[in-house]
Write a protein that binds this ligand. Structure first.
Ligand SMILES: [Zn+2]
Length: 254
Protein backbone atom coordinates (compact mmCIF):
# COMPACT_ATOMS: atom_id res chain seq x y z
CA UNK A 1 0.00 0.00 0.00
CA UNK A 2 1.15 3.49 -0.70
CA UNK A 3 2.05 5.45 2.36
CA UNK A 4 0.68 8.65 0.91
CA UNK A 5 -2.98 9.46 1.08
CA UNK A 6 -4.45 9.76 -2.37
CA UNK A 7 -5.53 13.24 -3.22
CA UNK A 8 -9.25 13.21 -4.05
CA UNK A 9 -8.77 16.17 -6.36
CA UNK A 10 -6.09 14.34 -8.31
CA UNK A 11 -7.30 14.00 -11.85
CA UNK A 12 -5.69 10.59 -12.04
CA UNK A 13 -7.46 9.29 -8.99
CA UNK A 14 -9.60 6.31 -9.86
CA UNK A 15 -12.16 7.17 -7.22
CA UNK A 16 -13.94 10.49 -7.58
CA UNK A 17 -14.36 12.47 -4.41
CA UNK A 18 -17.85 12.06 -3.11
CA UNK A 19 -20.06 14.91 -4.15
CA UNK A 20 -17.39 17.50 -4.73
CA UNK A 21 -17.11 17.15 -8.46
CA UNK A 22 -20.47 15.81 -9.34
CA UNK A 23 -22.43 18.71 -10.62
CA UNK A 24 -25.93 18.55 -9.25
CA UNK A 25 -28.22 20.34 -11.61
CA UNK A 26 -30.59 22.69 -9.87
CA UNK A 27 -34.19 21.59 -9.77
CA UNK A 28 -37.35 23.18 -8.54
CA UNK A 29 -39.38 21.50 -5.87
CA UNK A 30 -42.97 20.33 -6.00
CA UNK A 31 -44.80 20.73 -2.70
CA UNK A 32 -48.33 19.82 -1.70
CA UNK A 33 -50.00 21.43 1.31
CA UNK A 34 -53.22 19.61 2.06
CA UNK A 35 -55.99 19.71 4.59
CA UNK A 36 -59.77 19.78 5.00
CA UNK A 37 -61.82 22.73 3.91
CA UNK A 38 -61.68 25.83 6.09
CA UNK A 39 -58.20 25.00 7.35
CA UNK A 40 -56.56 28.13 5.99
CA UNK A 41 -54.89 26.74 2.88
CA UNK A 42 -55.67 29.76 0.71
CA UNK A 43 -54.39 32.10 3.40
CA UNK A 44 -51.16 30.11 3.57
CA UNK A 45 -50.91 30.18 -0.24
CA UNK A 46 -51.12 33.96 -0.25
CA UNK A 47 -48.64 34.20 2.63
CA UNK A 48 -46.08 32.10 0.76
CA UNK A 49 -46.61 34.23 -2.34
CA UNK A 50 -46.06 37.36 -0.28
CA UNK A 51 -42.84 35.98 1.22
CA UNK A 52 -41.42 35.12 -2.21
CA UNK A 53 -42.47 38.42 -3.74
CA UNK A 54 -40.59 40.24 -0.96
CA UNK A 55 -37.44 38.41 -2.05
CA UNK A 56 -37.91 39.79 -5.53
CA UNK A 57 -39.13 36.54 -7.04
CA UNK A 58 -41.92 36.48 -9.58
CA UNK A 59 -44.76 34.06 -9.19
CA UNK A 60 -47.77 32.98 -11.14
CA UNK A 61 -50.95 32.18 -9.23
CA UNK A 62 -53.24 29.50 -10.61
CA UNK A 63 -56.60 28.32 -9.40
CA UNK A 64 -59.39 25.95 -10.26
CA UNK A 65 -62.84 26.62 -8.86
CA UNK A 66 -62.06 29.41 -6.44
CA UNK A 67 -64.77 30.00 -3.84
CA UNK A 68 -65.42 33.45 -5.25
CA UNK A 69 -66.14 32.09 -8.71
CA UNK A 70 -63.61 34.63 -10.04
CA UNK A 71 -60.07 34.04 -11.31
CA UNK A 72 -58.44 34.85 -8.00
CA UNK A 73 -57.23 33.26 -4.80
CA UNK A 74 -59.32 34.53 -1.94
CA UNK A 75 -58.99 33.69 1.72
CA UNK A 76 -61.62 33.95 4.38
CA UNK A 77 -59.62 36.59 6.22
CA UNK A 78 -60.22 38.95 3.34
CA UNK A 79 -57.01 38.84 1.31
CA UNK A 80 -57.44 38.33 -2.41
CA UNK A 81 -55.03 38.14 -5.33
CA UNK A 82 -55.67 37.81 -9.03
CA UNK A 83 -54.96 34.37 -10.40
CA UNK A 84 -55.11 32.54 -13.68
CA UNK A 85 -58.04 30.17 -13.87
CA UNK A 86 -57.05 26.85 -15.38
CA UNK A 87 -59.38 24.23 -16.72
CA UNK A 88 -58.72 20.56 -17.31
CA UNK A 89 -57.46 21.23 -20.83
CA UNK A 90 -54.81 23.76 -19.77
CA UNK A 91 -51.24 22.62 -20.41
CA UNK A 92 -49.39 24.16 -17.47
CA UNK A 93 -46.02 23.89 -19.25
CA UNK A 94 -47.39 25.86 -22.17
CA UNK A 95 -48.89 28.38 -19.79
CA UNK A 96 -45.51 29.08 -18.16
CA UNK A 97 -43.66 29.12 -21.48
CA UNK A 98 -46.14 31.58 -22.95
CA UNK A 99 -45.39 33.94 -20.05
CA UNK A 100 -41.68 33.57 -20.63
CA UNK A 101 -42.23 34.28 -24.32
CA UNK A 102 -43.56 37.71 -23.41
CA UNK A 103 -40.52 38.38 -21.23
CA UNK A 104 -42.34 37.80 -17.97
CA UNK A 105 -40.46 35.92 -15.29
CA UNK A 106 -42.03 32.95 -13.55
CA UNK A 107 -39.86 31.71 -10.67
CA UNK A 108 -42.59 29.85 -8.85
CA UNK A 109 -46.17 28.72 -9.16
CA UNK A 110 -48.86 28.82 -6.51
CA UNK A 111 -51.76 26.47 -7.30
CA UNK A 112 -54.89 26.68 -5.19
CA UNK A 113 -57.63 24.02 -5.21
CA UNK A 114 -54.99 21.68 -6.61
CA UNK A 115 -57.12 18.62 -5.92
CA UNK A 116 -59.03 19.53 -9.06
CA UNK A 117 -55.96 19.31 -11.29
CA UNK A 118 -55.89 16.32 -13.61
CA UNK A 119 -53.13 13.76 -12.96
CA UNK A 120 -51.58 14.86 -16.26
CA UNK A 121 -51.42 18.45 -15.03
CA UNK A 122 -49.65 17.33 -11.85
CA UNK A 123 -47.12 15.56 -14.06
CA UNK A 124 -46.69 18.81 -15.98
CA UNK A 125 -45.91 20.57 -12.70
CA UNK A 126 -43.28 17.95 -11.86
CA UNK A 127 -41.76 18.50 -15.29
CA UNK A 128 -41.63 22.26 -14.72
CA UNK A 129 -39.84 21.68 -11.41
CA UNK A 130 -37.34 19.20 -12.85
CA UNK A 131 -36.60 20.70 -16.23
CA UNK A 132 -36.92 24.44 -15.82
CA UNK A 133 -36.42 24.87 -12.06
CA UNK A 134 -39.81 26.33 -11.24
CA UNK A 135 -40.79 25.91 -7.60
CA UNK A 136 -44.37 24.71 -7.32
CA UNK A 137 -46.59 25.17 -4.28
CA UNK A 138 -49.88 23.28 -4.47
CA UNK A 139 -52.69 23.70 -1.97
CA UNK A 140 -55.76 21.55 -1.78
CA UNK A 141 -57.98 19.01 -0.17
CA UNK A 142 -56.78 15.41 -0.08
CA UNK A 143 -60.03 13.47 0.02
CA UNK A 144 -63.52 13.98 -1.33
CA UNK A 145 -66.81 13.58 0.52
CA UNK A 146 -66.53 9.80 0.22
CA UNK A 147 -63.09 9.96 1.92
CA UNK A 148 -61.38 8.89 -1.31
CA UNK A 149 -58.43 10.79 -2.75
CA UNK A 150 -59.17 13.32 -5.47
CA UNK A 151 -57.26 12.22 -8.60
CA UNK A 152 -55.16 15.40 -8.56
CA UNK A 153 -54.35 14.97 -4.88
CA UNK A 154 -53.44 11.33 -5.44
CA UNK A 155 -50.94 12.22 -8.16
CA UNK A 156 -49.47 14.92 -5.91
CA UNK A 157 -49.02 12.38 -3.10
CA UNK A 158 -47.21 10.18 -5.59
CA UNK A 159 -44.96 12.81 -7.13
CA UNK A 160 -44.42 15.70 -4.74
CA UNK A 161 -41.04 16.29 -3.11
CA UNK A 162 -42.72 17.49 0.06
CA UNK A 163 -46.10 16.80 1.60
CA UNK A 164 -47.28 19.14 4.29
CA UNK A 165 -50.53 18.71 6.20
CA UNK A 166 -52.22 21.99 7.06
CA UNK A 167 -54.25 21.81 10.22
CA UNK A 168 -55.40 25.17 11.47
CA UNK A 169 -58.00 24.58 14.11
CA UNK A 170 -60.45 22.65 12.02
CA UNK A 171 -62.19 20.53 14.55
CA UNK A 172 -65.03 18.09 14.41
CA UNK A 173 -67.96 19.03 16.64
CA UNK A 174 -66.53 16.57 19.21
CA UNK A 175 -63.21 18.42 19.42
CA UNK A 176 -61.10 15.88 17.51
CA UNK A 177 -59.12 17.12 14.48
CA UNK A 178 -61.43 17.31 11.47
CA UNK A 179 -59.98 15.42 8.54
CA UNK A 180 -62.95 14.58 6.34
CA UNK A 181 -65.35 16.73 4.39
CA UNK A 182 -68.79 15.19 4.78
CA UNK A 183 -71.47 16.08 2.25
CA UNK A 184 -74.72 16.74 4.06
CA UNK A 185 -78.10 16.65 2.39
CA UNK A 186 -81.31 17.22 4.31
CA UNK A 187 -79.46 16.83 7.58
CA UNK A 188 -77.92 13.48 6.67
CA UNK A 189 -74.49 12.47 5.47
CA UNK A 190 -74.33 11.47 1.78
CA UNK A 191 -71.77 8.97 0.51
CA UNK A 192 -72.61 8.75 -3.16
CA UNK A 193 -72.82 11.21 -6.01
CA UNK A 194 -70.60 13.32 -8.23
CA UNK A 195 -67.29 14.33 -6.71
CA UNK A 196 -67.76 17.91 -7.76
CA UNK A 197 -71.24 19.20 -7.35
CA UNK A 198 -71.91 22.31 -9.34
CA UNK A 199 -74.94 24.31 -8.46
CA UNK A 200 -77.58 25.02 -11.04
CA UNK A 201 -77.18 28.77 -10.92
CA UNK A 202 -74.39 30.22 -12.97
CA UNK A 203 -72.81 32.38 -10.29
CA UNK A 204 -72.58 29.71 -7.63
CA UNK A 205 -69.34 28.23 -6.45
CA UNK A 206 -68.92 24.56 -7.23
CA UNK A 207 -69.27 22.41 -4.19
CA UNK A 208 -66.54 19.97 -3.35
CA UNK A 209 -64.10 22.81 -3.33
CA UNK A 210 -62.62 24.44 -0.29
CA UNK A 211 -65.59 26.67 -0.19
CA UNK A 212 -68.16 25.62 2.24
CA UNK A 213 -69.30 27.35 5.31
CA UNK A 214 -72.83 26.52 6.44
CA UNK A 215 -74.04 29.73 4.85
CA UNK A 216 -72.53 28.57 1.59
CA UNK A 217 -74.96 25.75 1.07
CA UNK A 218 -76.41 25.58 -2.40
CA UNK A 219 -79.14 23.72 -4.14
CA UNK A 220 -78.15 20.78 -6.28
CA UNK A 221 -79.79 19.89 -9.58
CA UNK A 222 -82.77 18.36 -7.83
CA UNK A 223 -83.31 21.43 -5.66
CA UNK A 224 -82.04 19.80 -2.49
CA UNK A 225 -79.95 21.78 -0.01
CA UNK A 226 -76.40 20.47 0.18
CA UNK A 227 -73.62 21.60 2.46
CA UNK A 228 -70.31 20.30 3.75
CA UNK A 229 -69.22 19.62 7.31
CA UNK A 230 -65.77 18.72 8.59
CA UNK A 231 -65.75 15.62 10.78
CA UNK A 232 -63.21 13.43 12.55
CA UNK A 233 -62.76 9.95 11.10
CA UNK A 234 -64.96 8.31 13.71
CA UNK A 235 -67.91 10.63 13.22
CA UNK A 236 -67.43 10.57 9.45
CA UNK A 237 -67.60 6.77 9.63
CA UNK A 238 -70.67 6.84 11.84
CA UNK A 239 -72.30 9.67 9.91
CA UNK A 240 -72.79 11.53 13.18
CA UNK A 241 -73.15 15.25 12.48
CA UNK A 242 -73.39 16.21 16.14
CA UNK A 243 -76.02 17.98 18.20
CA UNK A 244 -76.22 21.21 16.20
CA UNK A 245 -76.49 19.68 12.74
CA UNK A 246 -80.27 19.86 12.68
CA UNK A 247 -80.25 23.52 13.70
CA UNK A 248 -77.76 24.42 10.98
CA UNK A 249 -79.95 22.85 8.36
CA UNK A 250 -82.94 24.73 9.64
CA UNK A 251 -81.02 27.97 9.39
CA UNK A 252 -80.08 27.23 5.80
CA UNK A 253 -83.58 26.28 4.79
CA UNK A 254 -85.13 29.31 6.50
ZN1 LIG B 1 -65.86 13.82 15.90
Amino acid sequence: MSSTQSDPTDALSAVPAAGSRRAVSPVGRLRFFYGPMDCGKSTLALQIDHNHARQGRKGLLLVRHDRSGLPQISSRIGITRAAVEVDEGTDLRQLVRSRWATGERVDYLIVDEAQFLTPAQVEQLAELADDVQVDVYCFGIATDFRSHLFPGAQRLFELADELQPVQVEVLCWCGQPGRFNARVQNGRIVREGDTVLVADTQDSTPLGSDSTTPGNAVLDATGTTVRYQVLCRRHFRLGDLGPVAAQQDQLILA
